[in-house]
Design a protein around this ligand. Structure first.
Ligand code: SAM
Length: 218
């Protein structure tokens, strides 16, 4: 496949500016900022739109889906506190950009996408860029029980509720970050499994995601 991946001073400069912008919006985790400074986000865009890649906006990636806004990716990544070697389940691979950030943070990533076209694109593009998560195609609203338990679970689509099956796939001490709400807006929710049947839940800022569609979702 003929991908045209060029990362020159123009894109590198735009990426540095994006990192400064995210800092000014309150992202403070230096490892997250470093990862955003490293992953060439324009590789997920058609060449015509390369400079759009470094604006703090979500952008269409086909099949009615979007690549998440950089601020949202940074916000969710910061909340997750990924440490090297952790097993992370990502629900909603989409473009694969968030996947690359998690890999840069040193996670072993299990990522699942329900849209077949997007799945086929990411299984080609990410390894070509040197990123190697475990890819799955299907309904991630039920998690991936075969590979559980996970240290962290990140959901990159808006859910109507937190699926219980997902919580059961966390290690004790593990954490899920998931946007929960209606079709219009969702609160970022973070839940830590503090014991076999004990969970600490915190609701944070409001975002707008595409819907999580599936058995334990919309
Ligand atoms: N982090 C991704 C990115 O930056 O490209 C986010 C992509 S988009 C906001 C959310 C993705 O979740 C979409 O690609 C959508 O198809 C996917 N999705 C929705 N419901 C899903 C489900 N039940 N299982 C797996 N993926 C799902």
């Amino acid at each position: 496949m003929a991908y045209k991946f060029i990362d020159n001073y123009r894109e590198k400069g735009a990426r540095k500016k994006l990192v400064e912008h995210l800092k000014s919006r309150g992202i403070a985790d230096s490892r997250v900022l470093q990862a955003i400074g490293k992953v060439p986000r324009h590789f997920f865009f058609d060449e015509t739109f390369w400079l759009q890649a470094y604006k703090d906006i979500a952008f269409p990636i086909g099949d009615g889906q979007t690549i998440s806004q950089p601020y949202t990716v940074a916000y969710q990544s910061e909340l997750l506190h990924v440490t090297p070697g952790e097993k992370v389940l990502e629900i909603g691979t989409g473009s694969g950009y968030q996947t690359c950030i998690l890999l840069e943070l040193g996670a072993e990533v299990f990522t699942i996408e329900r849209q077949v076209n997007l799945y086929h694109r990411t299984i080609q593009v990410l390894p070509y860029m040197g990123y190697k998560p475990h890819f799955f195609c299907g309904d991630g609203s039920k998690g991936i029980p075969e590979h559980a338990p996970y240290d962290k679970i990140i959901v990159t689509a808006g859910a109507p509720f937190v699926p219980e099956v997902m919580l059961q796939q966390l290690k004790i001490g593990g954490q899920v970050v998931i946007p929960v709400g209606d079709e219009k807006e969702q609160k970022m929710v973070t839940i830590i499994r503090v014991g076999e049947n004990d969970f600490d839940r915190i609701e944070l800022d409001t975002f707008r995601f595409v819907p999580l569609v599936g058995d334990q979702a919309w």
